[in-house]
Each structure stands twice: as structure tokens, then as C-alpha cells.
Design a protein around this ligand. Sequence first.
Ligand code: IMP
Length: 435
Amino acid sequence: MPSVAVIGAQWGDEGKGKVTHYLAQQADMVVRSQGGNNAGHTVVVGGEVFKLHLLPSGILYPGCRAVIGNGVVVDTEVLLEELAYLEGRGVDTSGLVVSDRAHLILPYHRLLDGLEEDDRAERRIGTTRRGVGPAYMDKNARAGIRMVDLFEPERLRAVVGWNVDRVNRILERVYDVPPVSAAEVLAICQRAAARLRGMVEDTSVLVNEALDRGQRVLFEGSQGTFLDVDHGTYPYVTSSHPVAGGVTIGSGVGPSRIGRVLGVVKAYTTRVGDGPMVTELNDETGERIRQVGHEFGTTTGRPRRVGWLDAVMLRYAARVNGLDALALNHLDVLSGMEMVRLAVAYELNGTRLTHYPASLSTLERARAVYLDLPGWPAFSPEIRRREELPGAAETFLQAIEQEVGLPLAVISTGRERGHTLILEDLFQPLERSST
Ligand code: IMP
């Protein structure tokens, strides 16, 4: 079963795009399972740079089906814009298929996202304000509007009317802001229906049939483990499931159909948005890593918070995702430093914590216990074998493998796409031991 799930093992922005790109070139199908246009990735194909927020990167590869699964929340205005943007640049977008069960992000979700954030004041989450959270709220409140509804005009009119009435009561009575217009929301839905007709179907059938035929399916992750609403640093999380379990629910495949789960990490930690971060660096070292690593958000442009790599987090990610291996990015960003650190445990009031705690106050007060390792000089991004890395870089990598208990399957050696060491055939099915 040649399928791979690429999962962010930190707070998103781990550089999943690079390994995704490598795998997408070999894939027959690329599937997104959750999240919405809160994600952002830059893909370089044939020397051209494409910035996407919603579409799966598979859209850029001829012959590859790009699937937006049922677990994704779709802002149809963004989807139409991205399609027009790609078509304007000569990309054939006919390989796109959108799940009929995917829920819509509508203008009132974006409005509510901003109002709820402002209302939280100092307890704000730092959301991307794209309406993702309110759309998932409606989905779980069983009030959402799905793709399939776009093609049933009477039902659409009724469900839009009911939702707009409901939301307007909240807008006027809770937030004291002007109501939204049902006619405008309906017009957005009708535009989407006209453009997307023929592209919307039961994508679970499509993905499972591809797997039945032995085709290569890439499940493209977005966000990261610590943004998961169940497993992340709640409440500073997104409203969906970036963990590997989210792939199965969000694409309509069973867990046994995922061949390999690859966790993507950076050689250090970053975070956008608020919430505790035990290894955070609020000093010159952090600033250096931010500048060298270009750590500014793709979606919002916000500077990312930066810290040392944290093996406590990665052990947790390995466990909740059932990771098979790690892909490590941005090793070169740490080159030239005198010393690098790897957090191996936390300490609080003399107690050593080896499991990532749920309690925010524990996380806020915990101190990282570090393994200090010597730095390494800059190395050529063109190296082709792991053995060519400087000795101290190899020591750092081995410390990660040992502390996390997982092998490295991919090591990125520089910014360019080709600057990557692929240590195994990632689409090759794994023999998992039953112990
Ligand atoms: P939301 O997903 O817009 O509701 O934002 C919730 C939290 O997830 C905020 O801290 C965001 O910064 C963060 N977030 C959402 N998507 C991404 C992503 O693709 N990369 C990094 N952080 C993200």
C-alpha cells in the first residue's frame, strides 16, 4: 500500500512543503484532510514560485489528482481565487476534486473569527482570522453548510437563510455590529456552485479506489501536532486534527490504509501565535535563528517565535501520531553556532518531566533540561550522503534519533529543493513488527 502521510510534528511551519514536493512528484494523488486556508506553502516548480493556502500541492504536477478531503473547511472565495491564479499562470487545474462532505467557510465565519479574537483580549489565541475556527464550530454544532448543499438550490437557500438569521442574532446582540446579508452569502454560494460543478464528489471513494489499484497516495499534512485541538497546547490550537488520526477521518480512509507516517521537524522549534513554549529563545540567539531561517509567517507575515529543538515534544508527537520516521529541515540554519541545545526533559520544582504535560501552568513554569552539543561549521548544501556532514552535526542528529526513538528518513541540507538527503524510499510499504 504505497501511501505516506506527512505530518507536522511541532507547531506547523516545519517545512512540510519541501518533503511534500519531493513526494508529490512521484504521487498519483495528493490529499488534504483538514484545516483550511490558514495553512500556507510556497512551492517551486520548474523554477516558478507558487504560493498556495488551500489547494493541495499536487495541483501543480501534471497527471496528479489533487483532492480536498471531507475534513477540510473550504472558503470558496479563496478556492476560486487560487484556481484563477493558477490558471492565469498556465497551470491545468482539471485534476482537482473536492469532497461533497467538506464544510464551507463563509464571510460570517471570518467576521466571527475576528470578533471572537478581539473579545478574548489578552486570552487571544492568535488565530489567522480566516474563519477556520467558527466554520468548525458550525460543523460540530450541526449547523454547517457542505459542498453538496451548493448543488441543491432549495436546500441551499433554506440553510443559508437559517444560518444568517442565527449568526445575525449573535452579531447584533453579542457583538453589537451590523448584520450580514443572506443575499450576499447566497450569491457567493451560487458563484461557487457554478465554478465547481463537476469537481465535487465523494472523495473517499476516489482515494480508496486509488489505494486499491496500488497507486501512490500522498496525504499532505497542514498545521502541526501541537496545534491539534485534542493533542495540542489547548486552547492555543487550531480547531481541527493535524495529527495522523485526522488524515483518516478527514479523507475517509481507514487507519490501516496509511503505509507510512512521516513526522516533519525543524532543527529548532518555531511557533506562530500565543501559548507556552518551553524552549523559547527571547535573546540574540533566537533573533539570529529567526533571521537566518527566514522565520516569518507565509499566511500572515508575522515573525515566528523561535526556540531550541525539544525532544519532549517530539517524543509526544511520535506517540500520538505513530510516527515511523522523521524528516528534519533547516539543519543548515544552525551552522556556524558555537553550541546547539536539545531539550531532553523538563524540570519543575525539582521534578523531572519526560512526558509533555497538558497543564498550561506547568508548561509556563517548566524549565527545559538541555543536552548541550558543539556547533558545526557551514557545510555544502550539495552533499549527497549523510556521512559528508560535519561530525558535530552528525552528533546532533544522532542525539535526536536517540532521544526521540525514531530514525531520520530525510535531512534537508539547504534552502533549495534539491538540497535534501532522502535516506530511504518513502513510498515503500513498511514491515511493521507486531510487538
Ligand atoms: P486558526 O487555525 O486560524 O484558528 O489559528 C489557531 C492557531 O493555529 C494560531 O496560533 C495560528 O497561528 C495557528 N496556525 C493555524 N494554521 C497554521 C499554520 O499553517 N502554520 C502555523 N500556525 C498555524
